[in-house]
Ligand binder design. Sequence first.
Ligand code: FMN
Ligand code: 173
Length: 388
Amino acid sequence: MPHYGDYQNAIYGAGLAGVVPKVPVDFATLEARALAALPPSVRDYVQGGCGDEHTQRTNAEAFRHWGMTPRMMVDCETRDLSVRLCGLTLPSPVFMAPIGVTGLCTPDGHGDLAAARAAAETGVPLVASTLSNDPLEAVAAASGATPALFQLYTPKDRDLAASLVARAEGAGYKAIVVTLDTWVTGWRPRDLNTGNFPQLRGAVLANYFSDPVFRAQLAVPPEQDPAAAIRQWMGVFGKVLTWDDMPWLRALTSLPLILKGICHPDDARRAIDAGADAIYCSNHGGRQANGGIAAIDLLPDIVAAAGGTPVLFDSGIRSGTDVVKALALGATAVGIGRPYSYGLALDGAAGCAHVLRCILAEADLLMAVNGWPTIAAVRKAGARRLTA
Ligand SMILES: Cc1cc2nc3c(=O)[nH]c(=O)nc-3n(C[C@H](O)[C@H](O)[C@H](O)COP(=O)(O)O)c2cc1C
Ligand SMILES: O=C(O)C(=O)c1ccccc1
């Protein structure tokens, strides 16, 4: 069983030898350093959100109105952070949320491979984005023994969707995560004001560019005319999914199907009735709809509606403490988003692994101090809503 809290000792030990961490251990310092290191257009793309970014800010701030109470005299010398999810036994409840064009975060353009290497090193699964800069087969291979999940942005073209899913199955992904909230991008003033669309301009959308169905739609291969390939991609991206598409989606794969972007309990119930194996409660980190409710405040009702079906959660997780709070409120597994891309920006795969290890160490130590030796104990203890 991994002892995640030992990472603290490793950092102290290095400190005694005069070595300070290359990448900060807390989110505020990490973000400030990463933003200073990234090119401005990439900074706005990664850090930015929708409208005046109120939903994005409240996602993180809302964790503060949930509180947890420690219990004493419990043997917590060893902790078991493992969870079961869709037939997998994971060493911890933490995973990396899908981040498109992650290659922008590393100077070599292969941020997806770097994130996958961090997954291999830490055992933290990567949910690989459809819009990766590296082909999904290479991302799966770089994940090593750590299971990888594939996030599907459903293209309008059903054959293309089927091809992407078949490739993901062939590459050994363990589940398909269908993102429901981004068939069109939300109103993102930072990108609009600067005319910066690093995610589109010159991007290598490796999964499309390497796909036989997509390539057959092009007059010349993407290698010869990447701009034309991007134009074609913009034309096929973003199928508007409705509940009528669920039988088709369900029939696309025999892998577990997870629906990402569920915010309403009725949608959670409907997804489960329609055959989803798990629900993924997320508001896309406030990048899609502004004027919403902090995702962590939506979670308890989603968990209640899911009635025992696993609930993945992301949006606003900045620390190990946030991870534990989300588990206490009923999440089965908790997704890290922006923080790991900042780790990639500062030190590639090693920086990403460091960010994940810090989050896991903080979560593990909090469980130790609070008297919760297992995730089941965290859930049983719960968190209390404080008055605002
Ligand atoms: C730069 C960036 C790109 C993203 N790309 C994707 C994507 O390709 N697919 C997807 O389902 N979600 C995508 N997301 C949303 C994340 O999976 C996750 O829901 C979000 O980052 C959670 O918010 P947080 O990072 O503030 O915690 C992206 C988020 C960011 C920050
Ligand atoms: O930016 C995002 O959040 C996202 O999901 C996306 C959408 C289109 C292209 C790249 C990323």
